[in-house]
Structure formats: C-alpha cells, structure tokens
Design a protein. Structure first.
Length: 192
C-alpha cells in the first residue's frame, strides 16, 4: 500500500509540475526511485494510475458537494448553480492534478468515472432543487445530467484555455446552466 501511495503521490506531483504529457509512467518511476517494472506491478498502464488518482478526487468532491448541500439553502436557483460551480472551480484550482486528469487524460475509464459521477451528482442536485422548490417536481433526471455534462464541457474549455480556469468561460458556464435550468423552474405562485 505504501509503494502504491508513493506512485500515486508522484503522479500527482508530476501532473501539477509538468502537466498531463509530462506525467508518464517512466517519469513517475524515476520520481519514486523504483524501476518502471515495479510500477507495472501495481498499475498495468497509465490509465490505471489516472483512474486511481481520479477516484481519490471524486470521493473528495462528492463530500464537498454533500457538505455544501447540507448548509442553509441558497435563496435562488442561480445561487444554487453558483454554489455547485464554486465547489468544482475551487477544487480544480486547488488540485491541478485532478483538472489535468479530468480534462486532459480522457480515456475510456476516466470517461466512465466522470459520467458515473455526473449521473450521481445530477440526481442529488435534482432532488435538492425539487425539494427546495427551485425546479418543478416532474423535472426529468436527464435535465440535471445534461446540466452536469454541459458544465463539464465548459469547464474543459476554461481549463484548457487557462491552467487555473478562464473566469470568463466559467461565468458563461454559470449563465448557460442557470438559463437551461430556469426552463424547469417553479413559477412564482405556482407551488402554493
């Protein structure tokens, strides 16, 4: 477990220092100070390292979103969207390795992990927004899933443009997601 953790920690550091292209298994093995064959003992390829790193981050992001939703509710749909966007933005800025894997290291396994995360978070947000009467009760689950997919794509553009996430693109993501969700919003007086 210690060696596995050392490999993941080295990959994390290299992703931050050199970006996705520089965090090769060879570079990881050199950073840890072990032969590359030892790395292959724990991870058969780069995609397994990426997936293990992303699973670490997904657990942390899930906890942050849960904590944000447990706080006193936002007063508007826009504020709810902003709160979720802020969690992702702050996390990706604080964990550059996560942003590198999430956006640059796309493989089939990474896509599966991100899509599963988006589905789970979409359902969580749908429940939250319906319970807080921001969205109508019959809002299809697909709506929030698509909002997360669109948000992912816009974050991808923002973090490929600027390593810390382009603020203009992030603001457009906020507007885009809010405008889309408002088409399912509870209308004033309609919920009483």
């Amino acid at each position: 477990m210690e060696r596995r953790r050392a490999i993941l920690d080295a990959a994390e550091t290299l992703l931050v220092e050199q970006g996705y292209e520089g965090a090769t298994l060879k570079a990881v093995s050199e950073r840890v100070g072990i032969p590359i064959t030892s790395v292959y003992h724990y991870f058969s390829d780069r995609h397994q390292v990426d997936a293990a790193l992303l699973q670490r981050h997904i657990g942390e992001l899930d906890a942050l979103i849960a904590a944000m939703l447990d706080e006193p509710g936002p007063p508007t749909l826009r504020a709810a969207v902003d709160a979720v966007v802020d969690v992702f933005l702050e996390y990706f800025r604080a964990h550059r390795d996560c942003a590198e894997v999430w956006f640059s290291g796309r493989s089939e396994r990474i896509d599966e992990l991100v899509q599963a995360f988006d589905r789970a978070q979409g359902e969580r947000m749908r429940t939250f927004l319906v319970e807080h009467r921001f969205l109508v009760a019959d809002t299809p689950p697909l709506v929030l899933q698509l909002a997360f997919e669109a948000g992912n794509r816009l974050f991808d553009v923002a973090f490929r443009t600027v390593p810390t996430g382009d603020d203009v693109t992030i603001d457009e993501a906020r507007r885009f997601i809010t405008a889309y969700l408002e088409t399912y919003a509870v209308r004033q007086g309609a919920h009483d």
